[in-house]
Design a protein. Sequence first.
Length: 246
Amino acid sequence: MKRLLAALVVSAASTAYAQAPTAEQLLDAMDRNLTFESRSSRIVMTVEGRRTRSYEIVSYGRGQEDTAMEYLSPPREKGTRMLKLGGELWIYLPAVDRVQKISGHMLRQGMMGSDVSYEDLMASRELRAMYRAAVTGEGQVEGRACWKLELVAVDATVSYPKRVSWVDRQTYLPLKQELYALSGMLLKTWTMSDPRQYEGGRIYPGRMVIQDQVKKDSVTRIEFKELKFGVPLEKEVFTLRWLERK
């Protein structure tokens, strides 16, 4: 009887593994959901720490390389703009009426003291292009069945050399991600929830939560109030002129 039970367990495990998608299939499915040709959104970013701060932001994305953001509130940050073109990033500070380029160690700083760094903003390429991956098991996040996926960066230009993702079996969203340094230190956790379906079958999260595991004194929550894909965008938005446009 013990041998029979053991054989059944092995057989069931083998069947489950055979039915699992490949790592490449999971990466492709995630990329189909999370990357886009064009996008516009309005979000509320709330940073909870020693004090809670909320920011309302409009954002425009073009392909995998270009992003423009403008802060609508609070009043002291209103008019602050950020522009990413390829691998370069600039910020316009209305209080001093000056454009500053963000580079080097400054890219690791959190935007407005949040857990989202400027490097995170710039990491918009397809996962398939940045990582090699392997399916290493199964698990659950908030009661949802997931495939566990381990991703290792293909080169040193990637912000997080290793990721461990729990990919929802139904939506193919990475409901939970652990982001690691080359040393193996856990740097951040990033969760996604409230999945919503858009035209073409794309599924995108309505909420995200990011927590820096190094400083551990804050958590950042992002809620999408408006989100559209495949929208026409002004060409001027993706120019340095737009940063200082009155």
